[in-house]
Design a protein around this ligand. Structure first.
Ligand SMILES: Nc1ncnc2c1ncn2[C@@H]1O[C@H](COP(=O)(O)OP(=O)(O)OP(=O)(O)O)[C@@H](O)[C@H]1O
Ligand SMILES: CC(=O)N[C@H]1[C@@H]2OC[C@@H](O2)[C@@H](O)[C@@H]1O[C@H](C)C(=O)O
Length: 367
């Protein structure tokens, strides 16, 4: 049975809430509907940044001391507003939507300690929007010994099925953290995080230029890469680990650039992200033939150039050039995952998260 699913994603970039509608049975994507976005205010972003700092001390995953409670309230409210505005704009009523997939906001991700924490109150959201809400997608995987991330690979696979192209294909999502999905025919699906995405670069642009990100990679385009710094940064043991593997947004936050201009800093951090993505190639079964770049990083032209230089002769193209919505892809994925969760289908596999067996997940909150 086809379901109309509304996916909601608030990613590690802490920029806002993406909303996307899809029609799916959890296997096939029948149609892709409109998408929307509700940016966080600077107050909300500040709260989320504080929540990330405080989450490091969380004693258990459902505890919400201090600022975390306040941040959770803000996340829930922002999502409720995002859905209300989206439904009003597209004249959709709550009865038209079968299920909402609510990722929440990750504030801590330490799978080794079986801790992955996404804040957001699903029961309150379900009451506010009067639609059943599936949430807590990562917990079952982590409890079973998996990484709990990335979860979008099953959606990338569903989209790639409609592309008639020879594998292996890699979809790389450059959000706050970068992750890849390797697809080779109907049976081979491998995934992992690769390293930084835009988070270090965003933090650098904010610190040095009071800008939220390096628009189109213009700042990086004017700078010179500090190659020894990138080589040293890549000595971190994470990069030599084979997939599956995952990261917390702040796993590389302790890496500090030496004193350099904002442009050189942007160029160096962009090169670090691109090089970290390219480092996954020798850890994959075969060299990919084509790369599809999704996430906000696909809008960074310097990032795309640096990726092309490192991944040739493979082709590198932004997801949008295939007609995929680069910004809404993850929100669509969480709509798709909600449909899969409702049907008890796997969200993750041994080769995508390291979970011992294919694993379904998600909990339901009803209005
Ligand atoms: N026009 C642009 N030029 C350059 N970079 C951009 C542009 N638009 C967005 N970005 C980058 O993309 C980021 C947002 O990406 P995205 O929405 O994919 O992240 P996310 O969903 O929060 O992250 P994650 O995938 O880690 O959960 C911004 O913080 C910025 O760094
Ligand atoms: C724990 C967590 O929230 N991880 C995110 C993060 O952002 C990108 C990367 O790290 C990915 O592993 C994951 O998000 C995507 C949506 C995923 O689960 O596929």
């Amino acid at each position: 049975m086809m379901l109309t699913a509304l996916g909601l994603m608030s990613g590690t970039s802490l920029d806002g809430v993406d909303v996307a509608l899809i029609e799916t049975d959890g296997r096939l994507v029948k149609s892709i509907g409109p998408s929307g976005y509700r940016a966080y205010t600077s107050h909300e972003r500040g709260l989320l940044r504080q929540a990330l700092t405080e989450a490091v001390h969380l004693p258990q995953r459902d505890a919400r001391p201090g600022i975390l409670r306040e941040a959770e309230r803000a996340v829930t409210l922002a999502h409720a507003e995002a859905v209300a505005a989206f439904n009003a704009q597209h004249r959709i009523s709550c009865q038209d939507i079968d299920i909402v997939g609510f990722h929440g906001q990750t504030v801590l991700h330490r799978p080794v300690q079986k801790m992955t924490v996404q804040i957001g109150d699903a029961a309150a959201l379900a009451r506010a929007i009067r639609i059943p809400v599936m949430h807590d997608f990562r917990a079952a995987d982590v409890a079973a010994g998996g990484q709990g991330a990335p979860l979008v690979p099953v959606y990338h696979r569903a989209l790639a099925q409609s592309l008639e192209r020879e594998g292996p294909i890699v979809v790389v999502n450059i959000g706050g953290v970068s992750n890849i999905t390797y697809i080779d025919g109907p049976d081979i699906l491998i995934a992992c995080d690769t390293g930084p995405g835009n988070a270090l670069l965003d933090d650098h642009m904010f610190r040095t230029m009071s800008q939220p990100f390096d628009c189109e990679g213009r700042m990086a385009a004017q700078g010179a890469v500090d190659v020894p710094w990138v080589i040293r940064a890549l000595e971190h043991p994470f990069f030599a680990l084979p997939p599956p593997k995952s990261l917390d947004r702040n796993d590389f936050a302790s890496l500090v650039l030496r004193d350099m201009s904002p442009a050189d800093g942007a160029a160096t951090l962009t090169a670090f992200t691109a090089e970290a993505i390219a480092r996954i190639v020798p850890l994959l079964p075969k060299e990919p033939k084509s790369w599809i770049v999704a996430g906000g990083g696909a809008r960074n032209l310097t990032m795309l150039r640096m990726l092309r230089e490192r991944l040739q002769p493979a082709t590198v193209e932004p997801a949008e050039s295939l007609g995929w919505a680069a910004d809404a892809l993850e929100a669509q994925a969480f709509g798709f995952l909600a449909a899969r969760g409702l049907k008890g289908l796997p969200l993750s596999y041994p080769a995508t998260t390291g979970v011992p067996m294919p694993m379904t997940g998600g909990l339901i909150a009803r209005p």
